[in-house]
Design a protein around this ligand. Structure first.
Ligand code: ADP
Length: 508
């Protein structure tokens, strides 16, 4: 086993890896930019190496400096987290060439799944169903229209190198094709330096269901079952859960076997995720494989009891998985909310500032994977995700109640956050019924962000108003020692206010 690993990331995921390492008796090394000199991950790691100025292109994306840092402190392996360098084939290769271990899949598997078109070809050969569409980059709008006629509108233009929902355009009729193709290409070129775009049939009303796979270097590849990630805004996940209300034991088995087949076709090992669209008839289609640890991995950890990050490290060190497929027995229900510094009441505009107050939820079944503390400066250099709030309970209903309770306990001051948005979703009848699919949130966004504050916040406001009214009533008496307008009022400490509070709570 390694004695020291370097964590090539920041924020909550860097802390997640540092915690996993510490429990395994492995020393951890953080890297940081100027903007993160006082960040929690720097303090929590056993050592830290400065790698450059705030822009990630000059720090967290500088593979050369990161490898140099690892060598200078004598780390044997590098964990890339997610984002940044985690899915760059050249980085995985450079780490290996430097005589270090990349904690993730082999560079060849990253390459095989790196392009959506190449991945579609690869998995189709392994009899994995993909969304109907092409596997070659489009020449021009005429070709795109021809293909769209064959599949029927609407179609989706997608960047071959895509990620994070970028370079994607829905086309509903031929007249939109040229403009959409131009936009998708431009976006793809800007985001990935590659303007190859292809066509998929746009599936209406599916769920996004994905399978976590975990494989060792000795030929074992397992499915850790599904996560439901249909609550999305602009093709980006906001809330994830495990299991999925739409997945029967038959679908689970079939999807799990399909994911294992797709991963094996790429010569995969370590942790990875196969994403699928699941339609209303229970048919599923492979979308892509993410060759890294996912943001939403904790929900799988909570229901399977398997520490995915620790297994990533063990697998990278050459250990064998000690469990078999039949040993994976999910327990209960887990939900994750991504807490971002975005103003949900204002179109999810990024909010910047200094965290001036922070109260974290705790209690039974609550997990906080965060990267912030009081004093943290939230700027625009990095992703707006501040933390993930994850809960685990015996049933979905209980998990929703638990998440609701945990969100009520959460206070973040100094920046706007997505907390209220999540509270509203937990109170939403469709969400509670599990009646969600990938377009659900976009349809409901207006009412989930612009309506009245969430019911629970209204309740808190009513309680505060009652306490203030009660306090005001007493204040004159305290000030001048005489009775107030409420002569009949008996000053029984705070009894009155607490009775009101109890009554208001009872209104719920
Ligand atoms: P990215 O790599 O940019 O995240 P994905 O291929 O993973 O792109 O797709 C992101 C999201 O876009 C999916 O979760 C789904 O909501 C939506 N999507 C992708 N492909 C289709 C499709 N063919 N039909 C309908 N929705 C799709």
């Amino acid at each position: 086993m390694f004695s020291k690993i370097l964590v090539a990331n920041r924020g909550e995921i860097a802390l997640r890896v540092i915690r996993a390492s510490r429990e395994m008796g492995i020393a951890s090394v953080a890297v940081y930019s100027d903007a993160d000199a006082h960040a929690p991950h720097v303090r929590e790691a056993d050592e830290a190496v400065h790698i450059g100025p705030p822009p990630s292109s000059e720090s967290y994306l500088r593979g050369d400096r990161i490898i140099e840092a690892a060598k200078s402190v004598g780390a044997q392996a590098i964990h890339p987290g997610y984002g940044f360098l985690s899915e760059r084939e050249w980085f995985a290769r450079a780490v290996r060439d430097a005589g270090l271990v990349f904690i993730g899949p082999p560079a060849e598997a990253i390459a095989a799944m790196g392009s959506k078109t190449a991945a579609r070809q690869l998995v189709t050969a392994a009899k994995v169903p993909v969304v109907p569409g092409t596997t070659e980059a489009l020449r021009d709008a005429d070709e795109a229209k021809e293909i769209a006629e064959r599949f029927g509108y609407p179609v989706l233009l997608k960047a071959a190198a895509g990620g994070g929902g970028k370079g994607m355009r829905v086309v509903r009729e031929p007249g939109e094709m040229q403009a959409s193709l131009d936009t998708a290409r431009r976006e793809a070129k800007n985001a990935f330096g590659d303007d190859a775009v292809y066509v998929e049939k746009y599936i209406v009303g599916p769920r996004h269901v994905e399978i976590q796979v975990l494989g060792d270097q000795h030929g074992t590849m397992l499915s850790l079952n599904e996560r439901e990630c249909s609550v999305q805004r602009r093709h980006q996940k906001m809330i994830e859960e495990a299991p999925s209300v739409a997945v029967t034991p038959e679908i689970r088995r079939a999807m799990g076997e399909t994911a294992v087949r797709a991963a094996s076709a790429a010569g995969y090992y370590n942790a990875g995720t196969c994403e699928f669209l699941l339609d209303r008839d229970g048919k599923f289609y492979f979308l892509e494989m993410n060759t890294r640890l996912q943001v939403e991995h904790p929900v799988t950890e909570l229901v399977t009891g398997i520490d995915i990050v620790q297994w990533q490290i063990r697998i990278a060190a050459g250990e064998k998985l000690p469990f078999r497929q039949q040993d994976i027995v999910p327990r209960g229900w887990a939900i994750e909310c991504r807490i971002t510094s975005e103003d949900s009441a204002n179109g999810f505009l990024p909010s910047t500032g200094r965290i001036s107050y922070l109260h974290l939820p705790s209690g039974p079944g609550v997990r906080w994977d965060g990267g912030i503390e009081i004093g943290s400066e939230i700027g625009l250099f990095y992703d707006p995700m501040l933390a993930k709030l994850i809960v685990h309970a015996p049933t979905r209903e209980a998990a929703i109640e638990r998440m609701h309770r945990a969100l009520l306990e959460l206070t973040i001051e100094g920046v706007e956050s997505s907390r209220d948005f999540h509270l509203r979703v937990m109170e939403d009848a469709d969400f509670r019924a599990g009646a969600i699919e990938i377009q659900w949130l976009e349809r409901r966004l207006e009412s989930l962000t612009h309506a009245q504050p969430p019911e629970s916040t209204m309740r808190t406001a009513a309680i505060v108003a009652a306490l203030i009214a009660d306090h005001d009533r007493r204040a004159p008496r305290r000030a001048n020692g005489t009775g107030s307008a409420h002569g009949a009022h008996t000053p029984t400490a705070n009894g009155d206010a607490w009775t009101r509070l109890g009554r208001l709570e009872g209104l719920r």
